[in-house]
Write a protein that binds this ligand. Structure first.
Ligand code: NAD
Length: 279
């Protein structure tokens, strides 16, 4: 069994980001990532802070723009429009979840697709589906980066993905399809989850349910990718019951130290290296 080490993958991509950033700095360009946060959601405040620290450690300017829950929707949109125009801003990240009173769809689609480094706008989502270059959401990109780093081919493979959110499951399924995998999408209404997962050559869990994937749900030798991040008794754990699945799997990502380690670097790569191929 091989452990798919997200830290190694992140380090590989960090080098790429630093090289490209060096080129920009030589041309006196100091790119900025604008992190836009509305309201007081604690996890997103923590994530914004940690993203800012990692960005700055690489040499990217990262500014957090915070708006109070009382901010009017048009105020937030004006700020986005200002950032769209600001030349030094290479990427705009709108932190989720936003407070309920806002029309998130409308706000997200005010971000210029050319600066939408989290791949949330309709334009970038469409590009994933049509196989055009664009910004791909960072977590699906992180999964592909891990598979690529470890030379795990997708062509003709049975890929089973648990989860169908717009930011993780759906784009990930499309990226796998673009690479000629046969993709099955599972969700809360899937009738027999075990029957589906047992067919997987590559099993990707992105459900947000700690320990959902047990040993008897995995085909021996399968590649198991655990996207889940769950907080149990103050500890971070994935969707896969790691201790029982690891001995059966051919390869597996740990949590922590797997996909999560790569996701932040994918964000920085999107900021510095721009839009990427989606196939
Ligand atoms: P979400 O809640 O929007 O979607 C979860 C999906 O899983 C849904 O489509 C649901 O149908 C499916 N699901 C839930 N329980 C299931 C079950 N018992 N059986 C079958 N399907 C089930 O979550 P999300 O935003 O897509 O995130 C998924 C997980 O990935 C979460 O744990 C989240 O914290 C994690 N995540 C990790 C990273 C990272 O960098 N590693 C980034 C984003 C999200």
């Amino acid at each position: 069994m091989q452990i798919l080490d997200g830290k190694k993958v992140a380090a590989f991509h960090r080098e790429r980001v630093e090289r490209k950033l060096g080129d920009l700095l030589e041309h006196h360009i100091q790119p900025e990532l604008a992190i836009l946060r509305v309201g007081d959601d604690k996890p997103s405040a923590l994530y914004a802070g940690s993203l800012q620290r990692v960005a700055q450690s690489v040499g990217i300017t990262a500014e957090i723009y915070h708006k109070d829950v009382s901010a009017r929707e048009n105020e937030i949109i004006s700020m986005i429009e200002h950032l769209n125009e600001k030349k030094s801003v290479y990427g705009i990240l709108l932190m989720m979840p936003m407070p309920e009173q806002y029309n998130v769809y409308r706000i997200v689609n005010c971000i210029s697709p050319a600066k939408d480094v989290d791949g949330l706008t309709d334009v970038n989502i469409a590009h994933v589906f049509t196989g055009q270059p664009g910004f791909v959401p960072c977590t699906p990109r992180a999964v592909m980066a891990v598979l690529d780093y470890y030379h795990i081919p997708l062509v003709g493979k049975e890929v089973v993905i648990i989860g169908r959110s717009n930011v993780v499951g759906k784009p990930l399924a499309q990226l796998c399809l673009n690479r000629n995998a046969t993709v099955t999408h599972c969700h809360t209404r899937t009738r027999d989850l075990q029957a589906e997962t047992c067919r997987a050559d590559i099993l990707i869990a992105a459900a947000g349910k700690a320990g959902l994937i047990r040993a008897d749900m995995v085909k021996p030798g399968a590649v198991v990718i655990d996207v889940g991040i769950n907080r149990i008794d103050g500890k971070i754990t994935g969707d896969v019951a790691y201790d029982e699945v690891a001995p059966i799997a051919g390869a597996i990502t740990p949590v922590p130290g797997g996909i999560g380690s790569v996701t932040t670097m994918m964000m920085l790569e999107n900021v510095i290296c721009g839009q990427t191929p989606t196939d």
